[in-house]
Design a protein around this ligand. Structure first.
Ligand SMILES: Cc1cc2nc3c(=O)[nH]c(=O)nc-3n(C[C@H](O)[C@H](O)[C@H](O)COP(=O)(O)OP(=O)(O)OC[C@H]3O[C@@H](n4cnc5c(N)ncnc54)[C@H](O)[C@@H]3O)c2cc1C
Length: 434
């Protein structure tokens, strides 16, 4: 994939908009890195005292890797995460979880680099490496936005300070403050329990290697499917570690039907015995790897549901999990936020974007990104059903194969500039851009 971004600062000077990003998770940082790369005046405000990620590993699909390449982060990530050359572009393999681990389906990879697993720490650190520290402000807990005397956005922080900007981007996660500024709806109303919990752990691959495995878990990401359960095993750190994401989902109730209490912890420590009990009767590879668990977390999965009717109000926009948090079944949530980040950076840095038309420009972002992220959200739910025996074609190997075929294609085969081209066409048709 070649770089076709026409807004590279060395070619065309950017406009003089000032942009503030709230939230320093992977999507906020990716957005700040991209905007800075395109020559924009951008500052990022993170509520915590340092950047940090909770959780084990993260899957990087081709669509995500292609954006990371464009913003100059991919090579850093491949080195930091110790992704070997043969592991940078692998297929995704499906097996039955129970019995002898029958091979069910091989999902071909997409164009460009991508489809590898990395630790979350490596992912975040690679982005932070490319973030100018002078633009990053820690210990800045955002509270609200008002209008400044000059009619610009004024972001307020819990320490009593404010910052004025032309555009405020809220990348502060599913529980982030301020979504109601955009949607007009109590943010809690769009946070729903997905009736799913995930055990997540990183285990050394040595014991599994020594036991002799039947499947490809040491070479590529593998998904083991079973009734109301599935497990994703991803080799990370050059295959020395295996990431376990083991899901148990109740498919008999609707997303959001069960309300979690506000004070119920969403992530708790779990014991090895729990995962072994939940996956009793599973095949040898699954059990051998699970038996290596030393420390493990159990996550109650919340998603953003019902979907938002807009990601934008005036010159304030949502991105990442703040806009479309989805279940992890396709490993695609961060990738969607990174696509948001890249489109925002491309559009906001366009020389034709001005203070006068920036609201229309952000509406084009909404028009392009919302249907795509929502389609990935829906595909994620669909994937969970297929993995766990509730796909449209049933739970037989043949039925699962049929349902899995091409499931990732529209996610991974997404050109790095595809969203920009669609948005520019829209802006020209609307007469916003001449
Ligand atoms: C179990 C699991 C597995 C997953 N696996 C994958 C995968 O393999 N591949 C993939 O692409 N995605 C995956 N995802 C999804 C992915 O983790 C998320 O989509 C992604 O981390 C969201 O990033 P974000 O930056 O939008 O939000 P967050 O990571 O939630 O970051 C938000 C940031 O905003 C800060 N913040 C919050 N409130 C404020 C405030 N008031 N003021 C200032 N700062 C604030 C927070 O401290 C935080 O740093 C998975 C998710 C889960 C739960």
């Amino acid at each position: 994939m070649t770089s076709t971004n026409p807004q590279t600062p060395s070619l065309i000077p950017p406009n003089d908009l000032k942009i503030v990003i709230i939230g320093g998770g992977v999507c906020g940082i990716a957005c700040a890195v991209a905007l800075k790369k395109f020559g924009m005046d951008v500052h990022l405000y993170e509520g915590a005292a340092k950047f940090g990620e909770v959780g084990a590993s993260i899957g990087v699909g081709c669509n995500t890797a292609n954006v990371l390449k464009e913003i100059g982060v991919l090579d850093t990530l491949l080195v930091k995460a110790n992704v070997p050359p043969q592991g940078r572009h692998t297929t995704l393999k499906f097996y039955s979880g129970e019995g002898d681990h029958e091979a069910i389906y091989d999902q071909p990879t997409g164009p460009g680099e991508g489809n590898f697993g990395v630790t979350r720490t490596a992912f975040l650190d690679s982005l932070v490496d490319h973030l100018d520290p002078q633009l990053a402000h820690l210990n800045k807990r955002f509270t609200t936005i008002t209008q400044s005397d000059s009619g610009r956005q004024l972001a307020h922080f819990a320490d009593g300070t404010t910052v004025e900007a032309d555009v405020v981007l809220l990348a502060n996660g599913i529980r982030g403050t301020g979504r109601d500024i955009v949607t007009g709806v109590d943010p809690k109303k769009n946070v729903a329990f997905a009736n799913a919990w995930y055990y997540r752990a990183l285990v050394p691959s040595g014991p599994a290697k020594a036991a002799g495995l039947k499947t490809d878990v040491l070479k590529r990401a593998c998904i083991f499917m079973g009734t109301n359960k599935h497990v994703v095993f991803v080799p990370v750190a050059g295959g020395t570690i295996i990431n376990i994401s083991a899901a148990v989902i109740d498919h008999s109730i609707d997303v959001g039907a069960v309300k979690l209490a506000d004070d119920e912890p969403r992530v708790v420590q779990a014991m090895k015995e729990e995962i072994l009990k939940d996956f009793e009767g599973w095949g040898s590879d699954a059990r051998v790897i699970m038996s290596s668990v030393e420390t493990m977390n159990k996550w109650l999965i919340e998603v953003l549901y019902p979907p938002l009717e807009t990601y934008v109000k005036g010159s304030v926009a949502l991105l990442g999990d703040a806009a479309h948090a989805m279940a992890p079944h396709l490993g695609a949530g961060a990738g969607q936020g990174i696509e948001d980040a890249y489109l925002l950076a491309q559009l906001l840095s366009a020389p034709r974007t001005t203070r006068n038309n920036v609201e229309a420009v952000l509406k084009a972002y909404d028009a392009v990104r919302r249907p795509r992220a929502q389609a990935v959200w829906e595909a994620t739910q669909h994937a969970g059903r297929i993995y766990e025996g509730h796909g449209d074609s049933g739970s037989s190997a043949e039925g699962c194969r049929h349902d899995l075929e091409g499931l990732w294609d529209f996610i991974w085969h997404h050109g790095v500039d595809q969203d920009r081209d669609t948005a520019l066409k829209l802006l020209i048709e609307q007469g916003v851009f001449q």
